[in-house]
Design a protein around this ligand. Sequence first.
Ligand code: FHN
Length: 449
Amino acid sequence: MIPLTYGATSADRRQDPTMRAFRADRFGQFVHWGLYAIPAGTWQGRTIEFAAEFLMHSAHVSREDWAALAADFTLDGFDPAEWARTARRMGARYVTVTTKHHDGFCLWPSAYSDFTVAATPSGRDVLGEILDAYRAEGLATHLYYSVLDWHHPDWRYAIESDDDRIAFDRYLDFATNQLLELAERYPQTRGFWFDGTWDESVKANGRWTHEIEQLLKERIPGAIVNSRLRADDRGARHFDSNGALMGDYESGYERRLPAPWDRSVSVYDWEACATLTQASWGFHDSAWAERGRKTPAQMVEQLAHTVSLGGNLLLNFGPRGDGSLAPVETALADAVGAWMAVNGAAVHDSGPAPGWDYPGWGFYTAPLQADASAEVSDGVVHAIVTRIPVSGILTIALPPGLALRAVRALVDGAETPFTVLDAHTVQLPASAFTGMPTVLALETVPAGQ
Ligand code: FHN
């Protein structure tokens, strides 16, 4: 073991009520909203085929020109209650909102920065309004905070001189002040989601990443913090130099997922995040972004894949510059929500089905159990069928010691006929062929009963 002062703080997964609730939620909405939604990927007539929230950087916009966008942040179509209703209808149980992205603009009137909503025409506490709206719909709230900051003069990518060190120490004090301010202003926050922590400057300050996590947890007992924040004494990120997870859950899966048979991720908590458009988190108004837009079936498949391996999925939405949701994103949320309304039992309060091997045609999930160490899931296991075999026949390889008692489609609760061959096979009901994944509840009993 390498001796570390700022490594992982615990070898075990958290089992307190807040963490259990987060784990059981499984499905969250990510919201990227800021000044970048106004130019939406185009600067002075030139569309940049890269993430909209990077435009200041990718179009080489000066701090002054970028800051001038604040005058156009007029909230003409901003209806946070509608955002929150859309998320609830979709089946999301929590939201993670960008409080400050890499451009440094703050959605709350921070006392430590002049580049905030206070400098926009309305002067309103936009973040506070968003958080209240989501809580009113029953969703838990998490705050995204980018440590990387293109606006702040003391930000450094690397520490190459004493001056850099002094400036960056000032920057870290600024970030500490802002984070404690967020915790004080919004004490119902359930979690902090850190980003922009990959630069050498942050990796050289594992002490700060450790201390700010502890400070936030002192201010908000039970607060949940993602692994991206953390670096250890040696600059190792997410996992310390001894291989132990730092923070409360792993957060490295971005626009990708572990291989569906890779159970190694199920030993810790983790959350993946995904874009709806092609590689843009902020609203990008272009044919480029649309070319890669995901369908509801693709998003449901990602959700099933994630839950089957014990992760949460954070699905991103990028509201438009006036604060309205793009109709195409509302439509996707509603389609996913219609599926969740029928099949949500296979997602919420669910996790991997121990002992059930990856079937190839989809994913197995099982209700989360108090005894997380069970070797085989018995009782009900959900089969989420994302790739319907052309034969219409599913092969279900039961774990040894189990037999199938009944198979019901969640869509109508009807029992589905199945025939036992050398393995178990299930003939899919006609209702399976909807274009969206079908969920079958497999009711099992010990073999021989
Ligand atoms: O650069 C950001 C990006 O804009 C977005 O916020 C994502 C979300 O996970 N995080 C960063 C890239 O890792």
